[in-house]
Design a protein around this ligand. Structure first.
Ligand SMILES: [Zn+2]
Length: 265
């Protein structure tokens, strides 16, 4: 009887020890799990903060950086780390600079770019090369003063007519602080082809990063003086909003390396 009781008690204290060990184990595991979750959370936050910061920079938050860095883009660029590279891929661009002349390439310095202007060529069915030739010929005809930094053809090809360090004659009173992009189109509606629109999205996004600008710095020529240019986006303001949204969608997704995204349009 006594023996049995001792045996029973021994068994009980033995199982109590095991129970204690299990409890201790549970507490240690829970603590370890909580620590891991916290660590993963921090890692994710750190990982996300990089592209998020980059995206914010292109939006309103950049005002602060612009102010404290510089008045001109060149100074601004100088303040960037020497190894700074535009994180967006540069679209394929054919450089066909105009011959210097007072009507389309006056070779005046473009110092501070604060806006990107979008235009249409107002000449349906003409190619990027033909529009570049029009600017080039102004040098001899002297018919008027006009030019743009880029012309995007209806097949999506991009021709650069002016170096980014020089002004163009594209938007009255904004030539000294903006880069202009002309877009070709096929019919009177003025709607851009898919290829033109896609090249425009990629080029504009690249320029926004290049100049540390935000999506609301992208303007229609119409927004500076009321000229109906680009006519399709003046007559269809919703489509303009979609285009801006798509530039932003492209920019943000490309920054974080996400190729699997959808546009608004
Ligand atoms: Zn225009």
């Amino acid at each position: 009887m006594q023996k049995n009781r001792n045996k029973k008690m021994g068994k009980r204290s033995y199982s109590k020890q095991i129970r204690l060990l299990i409890y201790a184990g549970i507490v240690i595991c829970a603590a370890a799990a909580a620590f891991c979750a916290w660590k993963i959370g921090r890692f994710k936050a750190e990982k996300n903060s990089e592209p998020a910061a980059a995206v914010e920079q292109t939006q309103e938050v950049q005002a602060e950086t612009v102010q404290e860095t510089a008045d001109t883009n060149e100074e601004q660029r100088d303040k960037r780390p020497a190894d700074w590279v535009n994180p967006l891929p540069k679209p394929q661009i054919e450089e066909e600079f105009l011959t210097p002349n007072e009507y389309s390439r006056p070779q005046e310095k473009l110092e501070a770019v604060t806006e990107i202007f979008i235009h249409y060529t107002a000449n349906p069915g003409t190619t990027a090369l033909q529009n570049r030739s029009y600017f080039e010929n102004l040098g001899s005809t002297g018919e008027t003063s006009a030019s743009a930094h880029y012309v995007i053809g209806y097949e999506g090809e991009i021709i650069q007519c002016l170096p980014l360090k020089e002004i163009g004659y594209a938007v009255k009173e904004h030539n000294y602080n903006s880069v202009s992009i002309e877009c070709c189109y096929l019919d009177e509606s003025g709607v851009f082809t898919e290829a033109t629109r896609q090249s425009l999205i990629e080029l504009t996004a690249w320029l926004l990063m290049e100049y540390d600008l935000g999506i609301f710095d992208v303007k229609r020529h119409f927004d500076a003086g009321g000229k109906p240019c680009p006519v399709y986006y003046v007559e269809n303001p919703d489509e303009w909003e979609y285009l801006l949204a798509d530039i932003d969608i492209y920019l943000e997704n490309t920054l974080i390396g996400n190729k699997d995204f959808e546009y608004m349009e």
